[in-house]
Design a binder for this molecule. Structure first.
Ligand code: NAG
Ligand code: NAG
Ligand code: NAG
Length: 339
């Protein structure tokens, strides 16, 4: 009698990365590891010294010009504005409001990684991009980041003239990666509750959003030696972000758990969720996607099985350029639906 054939499925392997990507991952991880103190503070001196920042450029470079716009100097609320230089003022370009990642504790719109990401969004999507500088934890804890994010949007809503004429605020997308994806979600909920005057949000682009919970998921347990993130690292970030006394089942973190707010009656934007096979946060991100669907929202999940947390900051990876095409497709669909 024949033995039933064993079904062997080869698990995906992480893409082989070029040496300069591996070097960058190593340097960025070493930098954040040395800046994160075990007593819950950040060594800003070290971090700011080695976080490579770039200035805006009013003269176009590769078809993109940029400038920094102050919203509220008392709390360092500002954004970097990226404009495609070829756009005529008669054009009607989508507006992308972007929140950068960094565990709520690190980086800014002028960090070279996020300046590069936004520049590429601007050029490839032919969109006006606003990259928001929000205050960081642990100096500023929850809900400061959500308030800064929402206030930035409100500022743009009420001061449309800070944007170039070509920007069409009726075609606005919220976007964020990692902690910025978490922030974009909470801002989207707040917008749906409080409404804006002129801005209309027609889509949400969620790149490997930072969500979590007390429970340990399969991907958190399985993926130990992968770039940028581990259970220890994310636990540290949650701990310094959350108010004292709360745990990771707080609704800021465990967005899809039973503590979560009910969004089924809200006008929540259609959402694109990007996940990677070697990202420990993957299972939480998939749950977020499933929860959006269960709440009656339109959501699409795209999986990059060989990719790690934050792969899109390396534009020359093949998957990073595929990501750009996928996001572009999603945006075009929302724009034509909104007509
Ligand atoms: C950073 O810390 C993590 C978690 O403690 C560790 O796995 C990783 O090897 C460290 N990386 C560097 C470059 O120090
Ligand atoms: C945390 O550690 C740093 C460096 O050892 C120290 O300067 C700082 O005062 C400590 N902060 C707290 C709140 O314990
Ligand atoms: C966190 O979320 C998961 C579902 O994603 C759920 O099983 C768990 O009970 C949640 N915890 C709380 C307290 O919300």
């Amino acid at each position: 009698m024949a033995e039933p054939e064993a079904t062997t499925t080869t698990p995906p392997t992480m893409a082989k990365l070029p040496w300069h990507v591996r070097l960058s991952i190593f340097l960025l991880s070493a930098l954040s590891n040395t800046s994160r103190r075990s007593n819950g503070t950040v060594n800003r001196r070290i971090f700011n010294l080695l976080d490579r920042k770039v200035p805006p450029n009013t003269k176009p470079v590769d078809g993109v010009s940029s400038s920094d716009v102050t919203m509220d100097p008392t709390r360092d609320l500002w954004f970097r504005l990226f404009t495609p230089s070829a756009a005529s003022s008669a054009a009607s370009l989508p507006l992308v409001v972007f929140f950068h990642g960094g565990g709520f504790s690190f980086m800014s719109p002028s960090s070279i990684q996020f300046d590069t990401v936004c520049r590429q969004f601007c050029r490839s999507f032919h969109a006006v991009v606003v990259s928001v500088n929000y205050r960081l934890a642990p100096e500023h804890c929850y809900p400061t980041q959500y308030e800064d994010g929402f206030d930035a949007l409100k500022f743009i809503d009420q001061n449309g003239d800070v944007l170039p004429r070509s920007a069409d605020v009726r075609k606005c997308f919220l976007a964020g990666d990692s902690a910025g994806g978490n922030l974009a979600h909470h801002v989207a909920v707040r917008v749906a509750r409080e409404r804006l005057q002129s801005i209309k949000i027609i889509g949400l682009i969620s790149l490997q959003p930072f969500f979590g919970g007390e429970e340990r998921t399969g991907s958190e347990i399985r993926l130990k030696r992968v770039p940028f993130i581990s259970v220890d690292i994310s636990d540290w970030h949650w701990k310094v972000f959350l108010p004292t006394g709360s745990n990771r089942d707080h609704d800021a973190v465990n967005v899809s758990g039973p503590n979560a707010e009910d969004i089924s009656g809200l006008d929540y934007p259609n959402t694109l969720v990007i996940v990677g096979g070697f990202d420990p946060l993957r299972d939480w991100q998939v749950r977020y996607y499933e929860w959006l669907r269960k709440s009656g929202k339109e959501a699409q999940l795209i999986d990059y099985p060989n990719m790690f947390h934050g792969f899109y900051i390396f534009p020359d990876l093949l998957d990073a350029s595929q990501l750009i095409s996928h996001v572009k497709e999603f945006m075009n669909k929302q724009i034509s639906n909104a007509k």
